[in-house]
Design a protein. Structure first.
Length: 335
């Protein structure tokens, strides 16, 4: 089954064709309009997707040498609603025009299954750490659509913290890759920063939700960076980048190690934009677990992961009605 996948949940307009032999092509266009604003402007993202969607999908079909796929899948959410709307509507229209099935895919499910695109990817059950600009969640994936949240951030996502700290030390947007590169030149022990420990009890999160014992927090770390810079403006940006990165990676790897101990599951996949981080990748490989790291291009937003997740659903006999709509919020594995 040859599947066309479309992704437009944030600031990447992406299309990919995936078949039985794997990914036939993976076209990603990153919007540059947001750089001037230091973050993604939803309305501009929606308009830029509308400008690029036809040429991006056509480029993917041409590169794959496919005229009419057997099915179309598109990100249905979660994401910026005016961005998701473009790819989801286009995908449904294309499926209707070709007379082929349509599946709406959860963007986070795309990330959490992305390591399984590779022929030597993890078999179920496995742990999957999805670390992106909007989410930081550790899932236990028991099977297709059967996901349990083992831990997640109670406030900022790790990628969001990267982007905010980048701005504090005078770097551009998106900050993650820039902090990653600069951190390599700094001293990770130069600035003492907190590593929030798992909480013994069941306290509430700031939003009133019951937290899990392994939940994480990155908001205090971001504040600690700001306070340290106010107290000592002479801290070198590379030392702050390295110290911040060491703290983030310590927290993420600590939760993965504890989750593996608690669940007895030794297979761990890492996904999402922050999974492209060089220090996180190196530390994950050192945990003594069976670690699956997608190539960096498959960590940041792409349509191959969407096409792949949708294809697995199609092969399991699932189809969506063309009346499904774009969703801003959607927990993977829930209806
Ligand atoms: O998965 P993604 O492309 O989009 C979302 O779904 O959010 O993740 C984007 C996030 C941004 O916050 C970006 O700064 C971060 O991933 N990121 C990185 C790196 N590359 C991208 N963070 C740390 N190190 C990197 N190398
Ligand atoms: Zn993403």
């Amino acid at each position: 089954m040859i599947v066309l996948g479309i992704e437009t949940s944030c600031d990447e307009t992406a299309a990919s064709v995936v078949g039985p032999s794997g990914v036939l092509c993976d076209v990603v266009h990153t919007q540059e309009v947001h750089v001037a604003y230091g973050g993604v402007v939803p309305e501009l993202a929606g308009r830029a997707h509308a400008d690029k969607i036809v040429t991006t999908v056509q480029a993917a079909l041409d590169r794959a040498g496919v005229k009419r796929p057997d099915a179309v899948v598109a990100t249905q959410g979660p994401g910026l609603i005016c961005a998701v709307l473009v790819g989801c509507s286009f995908g449904k229209a294309a499926a209707a025009g070709w007379g082929v099935p349509f599946v709406g895919v959860n963007h986070l499910e795309g990330h959490l299954l992305s390591a399984t695109i590779e022929p030597d990817g993890p078999a179920f059950p496995f742990l999957s750490l999805v670390v992106s600009g909007g989410h930081t969640t550790l899932y236990l994936a028991r099977g297709l659509g059967d996901y349990e949240i083992v831990a997640q951030t109670v406030d900022d996502a790790a990628g969001e913290a990267y982007d905010k700290v980048a701005r504090m030390i005078g770097l551009g947007y998106p900050g993650g890759p820039l902090v990653d590169a600069l951190a390599g030149k700094g001293d990770p022990t130069a600035v003492a920063l907190p590593r929030p420990q798992p909480r013994p009890g069941p306290p509430k999160t700031p939003t009133g939700r019951q937290s899990r014992p392994l939940d994480m927090s990155f908001s205090g770390l971001k504040t600690a960076v700001r306070s340290a810079l106010v107290k000592d403006p002479s801290i070198k940006p590379e030392d702050m980048a390295a110290s911040f990165q060491a703290a983030v990676v310590d927290v993420l790897t600590d939760r993965v190690r504890r989750a593996a101990e608690q669940t007895g599951i030794q297979r761990i996949a890492v996904a999402g934009g922050v999974a492209a981080n060089s220090h996180l990748r190196a530390r994950m490989m050192d945990l003594g677990l069976e670690c699956f790291l997608p190539p960096k291009s498959r960590c940041t937003d792409n349509a191959a992961m969407i096409a792949h997740a949708g294809r697995l659903r199609l092969l399991a006999g699932q189809r969506d009605s063309l009346s499904v709509g774009a969703r801003a919020q959607w927990v993977p594995g829930t209806p």
